[in-house]
Design a binder for this molecule. Structure first.
Ligand SMILES: [Zn+2]
Length: 476
């Protein structure tokens, strides 16, 4: 252990000289053994094993044992570093020695890079005396919400984002600032980028479902013509909803559209009017003043109006389940990630850390991204906020593209910028400020899907004509 007066720049440079290969080795091990959200058990055990071999005590982040937490140093202030550790579903198509051995998972968002860098920073800083405390949070379930029930209780229970799970497990208690990074294709290795304010967007998932009696395409007006109604709604909904939302930094896009005989019956035919239709997609925005509650209110208001306009005009609807005489509509919305907002002081500290680590000319200013990241929940719980920054990893593919790979030179850059940022944060005078953590009940109600169901008698449809059957002409 070296004392507080150690030249941190020299120490990190020497540590990297000695451990560059270890960083690559760790990243490749993680790339070979990815695990999808909610099942990061081997990943968590691997992280704990490496920390233990360097004499760093760690604990599981939660009862499910798929995340890790550890601390270095003592006293105040308390600064956190967060790394997300989960992979994405699907096989790894790359022809590389570190191709995923798990046919069900691959690290196409670079969380293998994030995890290796998090471990690297912990190992490097564990060798020196720190003027405060650093908490490392190796967080599961960034990609998808998962159950957070204990491992032995299986997979039932409510689904929550990993960021919220970390907050509920107490990982952010007393934390003053939190930092993290994310791989950035297109930005060459050796560079980082960030901006103060909104860094990553808000997102919500919507669903519009239509239920009808179905029928024959020979007589579309004697039933509810579901395909026609679904197409009209699909076409008009994004435009109409976006007109009601203030600001320009907004996208509403459908990701799925399908029709079938019934929700649990995938059958469909060219000569049958389907009985079930679904549109689902995302609402994303970067507007600082548009809350989740606003989005919810506008979605249901506009969704309901559009359905009224499209399906039938404004005859009062009956609150009755859909059946052969009824058309049903179900609108639902589930809040996804809240915005990631970089606080001015945390942003400044990353710039300071990056200037020391790689030179101020390699710390660029980014524009906010529409992508979602659950680290926003951690930023909210740090008394002076947090900052995430982009770590240049080169290449031209998009994150989540199966063939994407990452420039491993970025590993050392991430460790250097991270370590210097944390060290600068420990030396900052931060006034104490109280933050009230959410209760489990609040977290769960936020994550729950909100639903509105509407029903109307099919006889009220504007273009409905009772089926008359065959008309017989009198013989002349
Ligand atoms: Zn990611």
């Amino acid at each position: 252990m070296v004392g507080q007066n150690v030249d941190i720049v020299l120490h990190i440079a020497q540590w990297l000289q000695r451990h560059r290969q270890q960083l690559v080795h760790m990243r490749r091990h993680l790339a070979k053994h990815p695990e999808i959200s909610g099942t990061e058990w081997r990943t968590a055990a691997y992280i704990r094993g490496i920390l233990a071999s360097a004499g760093i005590k760690s604990e599981y982040l939660n009862q499910r044992e798929n995340g890790v937490i550890c601390e270095l140093g003592s006293g105040e202030p308390l600064i956190a570093w967060r790394a997300d550790i989960d992979g994405l579903p699907g096989a790894d198509p790359r022809e590389v020695p570190y191709r995923s051995r798990n046919p069900q998972a691959r690290h196409s968002c670079g969380h293998d890079i994030h995890t290796a860098i998090g471990i690297g920073i912990a190992l490097a800083l564990s060798e020196i005396e720190l003027p405060g405390r650093i908490r490392f949070i190796f967080q599961p379930s960034e990609e998808t919400s998962t159950p957070y029930t204990p491992r032995h209780k299986g997979g039932d229970g409510p689904l929550l984002q990993g960021g919220i799970q970390a907050v509920l497990s107490g990982a952010m208690r007393e934390v003053q600032l939190v930092f993290s990074l994310h791989t950035r294709p297109g930005l060459p290795a050796g560079n980082v980028a960030l901006n103060a304010g909104v860094f990553n967007g808000y997102n919500a998932f919507y669903q519009i479902e239509l239920f009808g009696p179905g029928g024959h395409t020979a007589q579309p007006r004697s039933t509810f013509n579901l395909t026609e109604a679904l197409a009209k709604i699909a076409h008009q909904f994004p435009d109409r909803l976006s007109r009601r939302m203030p600001g320009r930094h907004l996208v509403i896009a459908h990701g799925q559209m399908q029709v079938s005989a019934a929700p649990d019956n995938p059958a469909s035919a060219a000569n049958a009017i389907p009985g079930y239709g679904l549109i689902s997609g995302n609402i994303r925005h970067l507007e600082p003043d548009l809350s989740g509650t606003d989005v919810e209110k506008l979605f249901f208001e506009e969704g309901q109006t559009l359905v009224f306009d499209t399906v039938k005009g404004r005859t009062p609807w009956e609150a009755r389940p859909p059946g052969t005489e009824h058309v049903g509509v179900c609108l639902s919305l589930r809040q996804g990630a809240i915005q990631v907002v970089n606080s001015p002081i945390a942003t400044q500290l990353v710039r300071q850390g990056a200037a020391t680590a790689i030179g101020v000319e390699h710390c660029l200013v980014s524009t906010p991204s529409m992508g979602g990241e659950d680290v926003g929940a951690l930023h909210e719980q740090a008394s002076h906020g947090g900052a995430q920054f982009w770590l240049g990893t080169g290449g031209s593919m998009n994150l989540h593209q199966p063939e994407i790979d990452f420039d491993e030179d970025a590993l050392a850059v991430g460790v250097k910028v991270g370590a210097h940022t944390l060290h600068a944060a420990l030396r900052t005078d931060l006034r104490p400020r109280e933050i009230t953590p959410p209760t489990e009940q609040q977290a769960l109600s936020q994550a729950q899907k909100q639903e509105r169901r509407l029903f109307l008698p099919i006889t009220a449809l504007a273009d409905y004509e009772p089926a008359g059957g065959v008309t017989y002409m009198p013989q002349s």
